[in-house]
Design a protein around this ligand. Structure first.
Ligand code: TMP
Length: 251
């Protein structure tokens, strides 16, 4: 781990140069931030759990024909992924009003939306990932119209698949965030799903009780944060057998 070249360190992950050209090692940290890193903390064992959860989801998405950056899991905290040029436009998909949408528009959290909403945000830490329109993304050169159309279509397919996957495990998919990248293979260029899908990037509520099983437990100081991440992994059937119990700061 020591002499690998670090390419980038984000709030929840570190990217290292991969063993082959065109590959990257994605390392999942236990660090958690919220409100554009104004709130910082550690969620013990989160890195190992998100690595497994994201692997599980990306593998299934690959099986249903969504192109993704995921190649294979390397160990507890790392996965090998394809190197992409990240599109600086994040896609947020919402099935139920919550979080920033509820706050901005005064819609009560938990209000079921009559249709799924797709939002775009400009990926910029200094600006706090502001909500943008398609026009901004195109005019400012962050993504083409065709790329935005592909991102929207893929995001809605991912939403259909994930909503079913989570309902099957007793959870409601309230909303989630996706990132896409441009993958270059010789002359070819393909838009593929990148980053991660985990309780850091989704809102998941228990189907029966509406208990929050995601990073909102950390954002809102609700307690039981580690337990919630473990519960999502357990329900998906990916709880690492070697992940230590309750007090684990698992390696
Ligand atoms: P929001 O309601 O705060 O805009 O969040 C919408 C969804 O996007 C929610 O599932 C959490 C996820 N998200 C991220 O993955 N990263 C972020 O930086 C933010 C603000 C939200």
């Amino acid at each position: 781990m020591s002499r690998r070249k670090k390419l980038y360190e984000g709030k929840a992950k570190i990217l290292y140069e991969g063993p082959e050209p065109g590959t990257i090692i994605q390392y999942f940290k236990d660090d958690a931030t919220a409100f554009n890193a104004q709130k910082k903390g550690i969620i013990a064992g989160k890195g190992a759990l998100n690595n497994r959860i994201s692997e599980h989801i990306f593998t299934h998405l690959g099986w249903m024909g969504i192109p993704t950056h995921f190649l294979k899991r390397l160990n507890m905290r790392e996965q090998l992924v394809k190197k992409v040029e990240i599109i600086p436009v994040e896609v947020i998909v919402r099935n139920v009003a919550a979080g920033s949408m509820s706050k901005r528009l005064g819609i009560e959290e938990g209000t079921v939306l009559s249709r799924t909403i797709v939002e775009f945000c400009y990926k910029s830490d200094p600006l706090g990932d502001p909500l943008i329109s398609e026009e901004h993304a195109i005019t400012l050169g962050w993504a083409s119209q065709d790329e935005l159309a592909q991102m929207t279509e893929m995001s809605l397919r991912i939403n259909d698949f994930l909503s079913g996957l989570f309902v099957g495990c007793g959870m409601r998919l309230i909303d989630f965030k996706l990132e896409f990248g441009r993958w270059f293979d010789g002359e070819e260029e393909q838009l593929i799903l990148a980053d991660e899908i985990s309780p850091d990037t989704c809102r998941l509520w228990d189907l029966e009780t509406n208990e929050k099983l995601d990073k909102d437990r950390f954002r809102r100081d609700l307690g039981g944060v580690e337990e919630a991440y473990r519960e999502v992994a357990r329900r998906l059937g990916v709880l690492p057998k070697d992940s230590a119990p309750k007090d684990a700061s698992a390696a």
